[in-house]
Design a protein around this ligand. Structure first.
Ligand SMILES: Cc1ncc(COP(=O)(O)O)c(C=O)c1O
Ligand SMILES: N[C@@H](CCCC[NH3+])C(=O)O
Length: 470
């Protein structure tokens, strides 16, 4: 990401320190549509509103820190993904980004399917009424109990991730007298341009079965061998091939290479077994804007790029075009929520930056500490004409790495009690939240058309004591 140092201006420094920040926006009160949920705006008093409700009232009713999720925006994004891929394709929302029963109901109503990757996510999906055949079950180490549950309820597909798992799922399905539809997750050897910890299709990592391991020992490579295994087992029905190259990716080139290689495997399967598999899944991973510097792709562009590459490659190989599916998580829920915090303490460091401590931190957003993720921030409870001040928004945990927003600008008259909001926290914030330092995980509040309701409640001290059985 290209970043430039701000030339001058903030209160506490004549020369700004090295950092990953852009120049402050000309007007810090302006909310960039790119990073904020779609119904977010400022009211006549300058207070940030979402779904028609202002954050000062929301903070009074629900407390801080809290995640506020714009339900209309969430539903609109589901519709855009469905519309872009059309009826010949399936969109599986990746529940790991954020899952609750309300979210499952919205997905169901908007015609999306659901990707789960644990027994807990499966239970949530089923409890909210998602039909099992619309659920895909993922994971590199599903437990026998999880597999048994998934097969028993009849999930639409299990994405098998290893040779051991192929045997395990087949054994369990056979024991239950079932034939389980499966896809094989392959690693296509693409180095996705994203943080190392969220890239998943290069060979040296835990997920999937490699298309090629560079040796000539297994004819056609490990993935071709996995296909042979699956086809030989009565308990399994091979319906397709799956590839997921990583997360927070902007460049479509990786997806195109992945699609080409997956179609190449389909052609090989047809040649070797005389079978044309009906499905391919190209995974999730589409990036969103966390700051004004990010330029994500729209669902229709992504759909067009993926379907044209698959069609072209299938035509070239003389294959019927399979049903495509995708698994966006972040791209649907990420932009729809922001985290609201109250400013507690402020520590100016002359010549460096100002530390702004909020009432949450790495327990509600671990992404900055874990992936060096970049976020933006705005003063939400009022506007200000004060000059921009370079800040680091930090939490209340006992870690110096407890950073929410590494480098950003807020008005220099920021004061304790102000509310600040960090946008684009819908994905992988609540779902990765922790109880570190016995923090109470914040609630998720859905807001729509002037009404707000809690969809995941705030943890309480009683919850902590209930888990601690003495
Ligand atoms: C198999 C699979 N599908 C879908 C996703 C969703 O990714 P994202 O939220 O980046 O769209 C992930 C997570 O990276 C994944 O591992
Ligand atoms: N949790 C990660 C992405 C991993 C997605 C799951 N495969 C993030 O916050 O970016």
């Amino acid at each position: 990401m290209s970043r430039s140092a701000h030339p001058a201006g903030p209160r506490h420094a004549d020369v700004l320190p090295e950092g990953h920040y852009s120049a402050p926006a000309a007007d810090l009160n302006t909310l960039d549509d790119k990073v904020w949920a779609r119904t977010v705006t400022r009211d006549a008093d300058g207070v940030v509103t979402v779904g028609g409700l202002d954050v000062t009232r929301l903070a009074e009713e629900f407390g801080t820190p809290a995640y506020f999720l714009d339900e209309a925006d969430f539903r609109a994004r589901c519709q855009e993904w469905r519309g872009a891929f059309g009826t010949d394709a399936d969109v599986f929302y990746a529940g790991k980004a954020f899952l609750s029963r309300a979210v499952v109901r919205w997905l169901y109503e908007e015609g999306l399917n659901l990707d789960v990757c644990s027994g807990g996510e499966l239970t949530t999906a089923l409890a909210a009424g998602m039909p099992a055949e619309r659920i895909a079950f993922h994971g590199n180490n599903k437990t026998p109990e999880e597999i048994e549950k998934a097969v028993s309820v009849g999930v639409g597909r299990i994405v098998v991730d290893s040779f051991l798992e192929i045997a395990r799922v087949a054994h369990i399905a056979q024991g239950l007298g079932k034939r389980q539809p499966v896809q094989i997750r392959v690693t296509v050897g693409v180095e996705a341009h994203t943080h190392e910890f969220i890239a998943t299709a290069h060979e040296d990592q835990k997920f999937g079965i490699a298309l090629s391991d560079g040796s000539a020992e297994i004819e056609g490579g490990p993935a071709a061998e996995a296909v042979r295994r699956v086809l030989s087992l009565d308990g399994l029905e091979l319906v397709g091939i799956h590839s997921h190259i990583g997360s927070q990716i902007f460049d479509m080139a990786g997806f195109e290479v992945s699609a080409r290689r997956v179609v190449g495997l389909l052609a090989r399967i047809r040649d070797e077994h005389g079978v044309e598999l009906p499905e391919i899944d190209l995974g999730g991973g589409l990036g969103i804007a966390y700051t004004s510097d990010d330029d994500p792709r729209e669902p229709h562009e992504i759909a067009k790029a993926l379907s044209s590459i698959v069609t072209r490659e299938c035509e070239a190989a003389g294959l019927r075009v399979p049903r495509i599916s995708v698994e966006p998580g972040r791209a649907i829920v990420g932009p729809t929520a922001f985290t609201l915090y109250e400013v507690g303490t402020i520590k100016p460091l002359e010549g460096l930056r100002t530390y702004v401590s909020v009432d949450g931190g790495m327990s509600d957003n671990i992404r900055t500490a874990l992936y060096d993720a970049e976020y933006s921030v705005a003063l939400a409870s009022r506007t200000s004409d004060a000059e921009p001040m370079l800040v680091r928004v930090v939490g209340k945990h006992c870690e110096s790495g407890d950073i929410v927003v590494r480098d950003a600008f807020l008005p220099a008259d920021l004061a304790p009690g102000d509310l600040i909001a960090v946008p684009a926290t819908g994905a992988y914030c609540r779902s990765m939240a922790s109880n570190y330092n016995h923090a109470l995980r914040p609630p998720v509040v859905a807001v729509r058309d002037g009404a707000a309701h809690t969809i995941v409640r705030r943890e309480t001290e009683e919850d902590l004591l209930r888990l601690d059985v003495g």
